[in-house]
Design a protein around this ligand. Structure first.
Ligand SMILES: Nc1nc2c(c(=O)[nH]1)N[C@H]1C(S)=C(S)[C@@H](COP(=O)(O)OP(=O)(O)OC[C@H]3O[C@@H](n4cnc5c(=O)[nH]c(N)nc54)[C@H](O)[C@@H]3O)O[C@H]1N2
Ligand SMILES: Nc1nc2c(c(=O)[nH]1)N[C@H]1C(S)=C(S)[C@@H](COP(=O)(O)OP(=O)(O)OC[C@H]3O[C@@H](n4cnc5c(=O)[nH]c(N)nc54)[C@H](O)[C@@H]3O)O[C@H]1N2
Ligand code: SF4
Ligand SMILES: [Mo]
Length: 694
């Protein structure tokens, strides 16, 4: 029996797992003992990865749509030539930006890097990622406040904190290992606080739950900041030495008295005071935010407001502290820095000619061939297709027909495309229905590459199973198209994922994310490595669990963190007589993953998950409307669409709200085309609606 250690490619924890292989089959999967992230534990999704050996069709060939509408299997070379010819033709006829891509945070570093290189550099066009749906707000907030997209914590901080405050985060369901680490916390009397409109699974397990009115976090956070200042519960020394703009911030939040905070958040004045006191009493306070913050119409400002609380109380850089964003997809952190979409490889600026030239030298192309500007955002790609300006789309490792906000707009777009390449492990996903080309690639258990987890840890994916004759990885598939495009010299240094990794290492040198000291072979069977890990200074960075900012120095030009703030915006979707209920959305259960294409990989979950869309309704609301458990209702949303759901009656969702798990396509039929103005991340949790019993 052979043992291969690899990385789970579901959530951002990046658990390591030991796969035991016999006669070309995975016979056993065990969480890697001693791995500093998951320490011998994992969730059901990771343990079920071996199911890919039966659920993913082996030795599949690509398919091309024929005139009569059918899909025909063709050899790989033919499919690559077809796509290359189509792309070249469209660009010639309609301009460079008539072709676009949607990348992902769920592939390896090397895979979205080569995709970003081919599409953004060589083809000079737009590629956005599904990270836009998820982490764009956190990334923008980090850059402004900290000077770089660099969450500073290490998972151990969950064990060392005496006060843990979760804002719009439900780790019991979404990040089970985060929650496991919270449960390992041995600090006597430590407190767990949850701010969430729902009594989420995490709220049920917390010491304090603040059941906030949806979308009012910003006002609550400003109110708490104001109390902390009024009571002099702040760290003047830290503020003076390590931050900018505090005085303006203090003046600004003085317009947020308790009365205003209570009126807008729906939380009593006494309880807001209690929250401020909990923060003041904590010696190591950590704030953790996820999608309840990131997916809003003022998400970036709200994320900044979370970090402001950490800064003003000096809760950053010390064990157990931080204003910490929990990221979602297995390699969201990698794609934020290395997809060549919103920033240059390594987090630089497209307008920085010197940095761009340095990178061109490393990746072996002429400086003029480098992408010259950030991509247009996701929504503009979809709008561009619907407006007839974008004619070709290549998506990989994402299922936007289901996950995109107001997803009928994607359905409409998909029909208009001349070229629609879908690259996935399952041809059954909703997005593949309108594909003109389908690329069947091998799943994670058959390939090699690198992942970066939520605490900046690089870890290795290594092939667990051998490949069949026609089996191609995402990397090789993109490389195939690149060669068919005639990239020649511009793709010479990109032959293998390992070569690509070495270029990315070199690119990272001297940047905040410097991982020049991390070698491909050293990552195999390792404990992973958090960046930074600069070559030549390995001894200094040898600790296995490291946090940033312990010296109080940030990545801004003057080394100080910035207090950033602005007046709350008007909520575009307040409940009204026509649409009296808030339509909240999010994760359903530990076993369900996003658009559920992979749920069949998860043992037991497939058997127990409802096959049809459902949502949660408050008991009193249900009684008043004569709705019973598993009755069907039709929900009419402010976006003009309606969809049918089964009802689960609960006390955990407030009276005037519904909660719909995202794992059914109906959910995003009802979410609006509304975005944060800085990050362009969708306001996924903020629609309003009404319902009828059917
Ligand atoms: N099992 C499972 N795990 C996953 C995933 C999965 O699909 N399935 N997806 C992964 C990914 S990519 C991500 S991004 C993460 C997401 O992880 P989370 O963000 O933790 O998950 P969500 O359920 O989207 O949202 C968290 C909470 O935000 C709350 N919320 C809604 N509106 C508001 C508001 O106005 N204010 C506040 N304070 N809270 C609000 C919701 O009620 C919900 O409980 O999960 C990752 N882990
Ligand atoms: N209403 C609402 N909508 C949301 C959210 C919300 O909270 N509320 N959350 C948003 C968030 S945070 C996210 S991250 C998105 C997720 O949205 P998506 O990224 O669209 O969801 P997934 O189901 O993870 O899609 C991943 C796809 O990759 C495929 N795949 C798996 N492995 C491989 C591989 O190795 N190679 C290739 N090429 N394909 C592979 C899977 O089969 C699947 O089709 O959804 C967003 N949508
Ligand atoms: S889904 Fe996340 S928590 Fe579960 S095994 Fe994979 S990496 Fe670990
Ligand atoms: Mo996500």
């Amino acid at each position: 029996m052979r043992k291969v250690q690899s990385t789970c490619n579901f959530c951002a924890i990046d658990c390591n797992l030991d796969f035991y292989v016999e006669d070309g089959k995975i016979v056993r999967t065990l969480p890697t003992k001693g791995y500093p992230v998951n320490e011998g534990f994992s969730c059901i999704k990771g343990l079920s990865l071996s199911k890919q050996q039966t659920t993913v069709k082996p030795d599949a060939l690509p398919k091309i749509r024929q005139e009569d509408g059918s899909m025909k299997e063709v050899p790989w070379e033919e499919a690559w030539d077809h796509v290359a010819e189509k792309i070249t033709g469209l660009q010639k006829k309609y301009g460079r930006e008539s072709v676009a891509g949607i990348s992902t945070g769920q592939l390896t570093l090397e895979e979205f890097a080569i995709f970003g290189h081919v599409m953004r550099n060589y083809l000079q066009t737009n590629v956005d990622g599904n990270t836009r749906l998820c982490m764009a707000s956190a990334a923008v907030a980090h850059k402004g406040t900290l000077g770089y997209d660099a969450p500073g914590y290490t998972l151990q901080d969950l064990e060392l904190s005496d006060t843990l405050i979760f804002i719009g985060a439900n780790p019991v369901v979404a990040h089970p290992i985060v929650w496991g680490r919270v449960r390992n916390n041995q600090v006597p009397g430590h407190k767990i606080v949850v701010i969430d409109p729902r009594r989420s699974e995490t709220a049920m397990n917390a010491d304090h739950h603040y059941q906030i009115r949806p979308r009012s976090d910003l006002v609550l956070l400003y109110t708490v900041a104001n109390i902390l200042i009024e009571k002099d519960w702040i760290d003047w020394d830290f503020i003076a030495k390590h931050t900018n703009h505090f005085e303006e911030f203090a003046r600004f939040v003085s317009a947020f008295p308790l009365s205003r905070g209570a009126a807008e958040s729906g939380i009593d004045e006494e309880r807001i005071m209690e929250l401020a006191k909990i923060i003041h009493d904590g010696k190591a306070v950590s704030f953790w935010w996820t999608m309840g913050v990131n997916q809003g119409y003022e998400a970036v400002t709200t994320a900044r407001a979370v970090m402001n609380l950490a800064l003003m109380t000096g809760n950053i850089g010390r064990p157990g502290t931080g204003g910490n964003s929990i990221t979602g997809q297995c390699n969201a952190m990698g794609s934020r820095l290395f997809s060549n979409t919103t920033c240059l490889f390594g987090g630089g600026d497209f307008a920085d000619a010197e940095e761009s030239g340095r990178i061109a030298g490393i990746i072996g192309i002429d400086p003029e061939q480098m992408a010259k500007k950030p991509t247009i955002p996701y929504n503009r790609i979809i709008e561009g297709i619907n407006a007839g300006e974008i004619k070709g789309l290549w998506i990989l490792c994402t299922n936007p027909r289901h996950s995109w906000t107001n997803n009928e707009t994607f359905a409409e777009a998909a029909k208009k495309l001349d070229l629609f390449v879908v690259q996935d492990i399952y041809d059954t996903i909703e997005s593949a229905e309108e594909a003109t080309v389908y690329f069947p690639v091998v799943p994670g258990i058959k390939k090699a590459g690198t992942y970066i987890n939520l605490e900046r840890r690089l870890s290795a994916m290594r092939p667990v199973l051998p490949r069949g004759e026609n089996e191609i990885s995402d990397y090789e598939c993109i490389l195939g198209v690149a060669k068919a495009l005639g990239m020649g010299k511009a793709i010479e240094r990109w032959e293998t994922p390992e070569q690509c990794f070495n270029m990315l290492r070199e690119i990272s040198r001297g940047r905040p994310c410097d991982f020049s000291g991390v070698k491909w072979d050293d990552l195999t069977d390792s404990h992973g490595r958090q960046w930074p890990y600069p070559e030549g200074r390995e001894a200094e960075f040898s600790e296995e669990q490291r946090r940033l900012y312990s010296d109080g120095i940030f990545y801004t030009p003057d080394g100080r963190a910035n207090f950033l703030f602005e007046e709350p915006l008007e909520n575009p979707y307040v409940p009204s007589e026509e649409f009296p209920l808030v339509f909240n959305t999010g994760r359903g259960t530990v076993g369900q993953w996003h658009t559920q294409s992979r749920t069949k990989e998860v043992r037991f979950v497939e058997d127990v998950s409802p096959k049809k869309a459902y949502l949660f309704m408050n008991r009193k609301m249900a009684e008043e409307n004569d709705v019973h458990e598993m009755d069907r209702i039709r929900v009419f949303s402010v976006n003009g669409q309606n969809a049918d759901f089964f009802v689960k009656v609960t006390d955990n969702v407030p009276y005037d709200q519904l909660y719909a798990p995202i794992h059914y396509i109906e959910c995003n039929k009802l979410t609006p085309s509304n975005y944060d103005k800085y990050s362009r991340e969708p306001n996924y949790k903020g629609a309003v609606c009404r319902f009828e019993k059917i």
